[in-house]
Write a protein that binds this ligand. Structure first.
Ligand code: SF4
Length: 296
């Protein structure tokens, strides 16, 4: 059975780790015009970093501000500096080195987590990540969402599956903990297709996965399609059943970094049940326990 991120952090770091969501001021090739200017169809203007600190502040200032938000929960734990918004390797290497070094130099930061795209990991960036990993562990998060070309085209992902394969293989060779983002419930996908994606991730060499269901956010190109009834979102019960099947195809040592997800409440159009995080977690945990698939 797969393990939880908390268990993985306990095993690796000997304590609980809390994420500090930071904004490195990056852009994204899907937004700056180099591949597209509209972004992925589900992406809000915040570049999937809706909870990150203000991008104008320095990394150290952001760390202190983010610490303030999670300090009440902190019990014998340390922090992960989490560069979440946009594509966090999409900048010249000297700039990335300065940014990430500032983050890992903080004494309470135990690890660095970098969210990026598989097509934004050229050799010099990979070398930098390996160099940083020798100072403090580096976790790399890659947005895959689906292995299916038709879905990738529909969501305007902007890179082929071969880029993902290459990136995971390079990160694996460097022994970096790699986490793959998958979105369940993407338009046009059957359950079989979603399970194929999850199975592919399980066999890819990645060590972790984040499963999230499709959200419709105000201001995205998905919103008018949803309003026109051309896109549907999942119900909680169906989502929990699907999660059970996804977990069953993953290898036992896969680290589950996320099973749900919630968009920023002020922009969330659907499904609104995701706004009640406590109810969602209770339902999902109860269901997964019943079928013997609760990670951990
Ligand atoms: S790659 Fe990430 S940041 Fe860029 S448009 Fe897609 S979801 Fe948004």
């Amino acid at each position: 059975m797969a393990i939880t991120a908390n268990q993985y952090f306990q095993q690796r770091f000997g304590c609980k780790l809390y994420k500090l969501a930071l904004d490195g001021g990056m852009s994204c090739p899907n937004r700056d015009g180099s591949k597209d200017s509209r972004g992925c169809i589900f992406c809000s203007g915040a570049g999937s970093g809706d909870f990150a600190e203000a991008r104008a502040a320095s990394v150290s200032e952001q760390i202190e501000a983010a610490k303030g938000r999670v300090q009440a929960k902190l019990r014998n734990g340390k922090y992960i500096a989490y560069f979440q918004s946009f594509t966090n390797t999409y900048a010249p290497v000297p700039h990335l080195r300065a940014l990430f070094t500032e983050a890992i130099s903080h004494p309470e930061v135990a690890a660095l987590s970098i969210a990026t795209r598989p097509d934004c990991l050229p050799e010099p960036v990979l070398e930098l990540l390996a160099e940083l990993d020798r100072v403090k562990p580096v976790i790399v998060e890659l947005g895959l969402q689906s292995i299916h070309p038709a879905t990738a085209a529909f969501i305007r992902r902007g890179y082929p599956l071969s880029d993902f394969d290459r990136a995971v293989s390079c990160l694996h060779a460097l022994r970096l903990h790699t986490v793959i983002h998958v979105i369940l419930g993407l338009p046009g996908e059957t359950e079989r297709m979603m399970l194929q994606t999850v199975d592919y991730v399980g066999r890819s060499g990645a060590k972790g996965i984040k499963l999230q269901l499709l959200h419709v956010l105000e201001g995205t190109d998905l919103a008018p399609l949803w309003r026109a009834g051309q896109v549907q979102t999942m119900e909680l019960e169906a989502y929990a059943r699907l999660l059970g099947r996804c977990l069953a195809v993953l290898p036992p040592d896969m680290v589950i970094h996320r099973l749900t997800g919630d968009g920023p409440k002020r922009e969330l159009l659907a499904p609104l049940w995701t706004g009640d995080k406590k109810r969602v977690l209770n339902y999902v945990n109860h269901y997964l326990t019943e079928i013997g698939q609760l990670p951990g």
